[in-house]
Design a protein around this ligand. Sequence first.
Ligand code: GLY
Length: 352
Amino acid sequence: MSKPTEIIVRSEHEYPVRFTDSWSSEVAQDVKRYEKSLFLVPKSLESTIDLTDIVREKDLIFYLPDAEAQKDISVVSKLWEIAGKMGLRRSDAIVGIGGGATTDLAGFVAATWLRGIDWYAVPTSLAGMVDAAIGGKTGINSPAGKNLIGSFHSPQKVIIDSSFLIGLSDRDFSAGLAEVIKTGFIGDRNILNLLSECRNLEGARAIIDELIFRSVTVKAKVVSADFKEGKLREILNYGHTLAHAIERRENYQLRHGEAVAIGLCYIAELSHLVAGLSDSELALHRSILERFNLPVTYQSSAFDELLGLMAGDKKSRAQGIRFVGLKRIEEPVWLESVSQADMRLAYERISS
Ligand code: GLY
């Protein structure tokens, strides 16, 4: 399909998610509106992100620690110091270029500096393009947990250039696909049809523009209807309740998407048990995730520990664990009072 140009998200303000073949010209054009900008890029991308034609005299580029290490209060504090020294004002901007951790951090610094300045998200990973950079959730980690400190602060624009993905490892590409697959189950069966026609990861790489466009369309629609996560936005957490518990148990050594893949298989089993998800739609979860080399099982002995972790998840409620399940494809449902026996039975079916 030919590349679409943009999707509008409606949150505390309206902003476009722009699809482009040239992220740098787009960014160069945008930052002209500001007197100066602070560019945030992870160190690992220093040699691949060329900002020479974009950065002007008063701008500054700061290279961040890699991965989750950048989502730390010490980094935020350093960036506040830099923002102060460069005299970053409300009429200036922050540009975050990197994976989900970078856009989460850039948005958080933009939300907190001077009670909120403009920022731009340029996601470079698949997970960032289809999930983290869309929807205005910004934040950092702390000893109390992942993403517990944050703010809803939408960017002025999200700029998606899928050519970044050429350099993305197969492992990271697959992990991003887990979020695409999740989106297919909750909101767009065409995503699942397209992926079912792919023989392998290369096949998915070949149609990635359409997969990203479709995923962003679903996310933009959900976020525009429920920006602050009153309830509807929770559907984006399909598969995430067990996934968050697994990530914590693994000390975040698994990719988020890998934990989500296991979580999707689990919630499909649970939905089959208590919400009437059909045999074939249940089976589709496992087959589609396996096709893209994603994990679909987890250790049988871990259930009790995971149950404790799920009960402590920030997304669960005082009354107990609330899952987002699936009645059928594109029909998510809330599962509010699932018995422990059913939770265990579903877990046995994904146990290795
Ligand atoms: N990643 C889930 C959300 O943005 O709400």
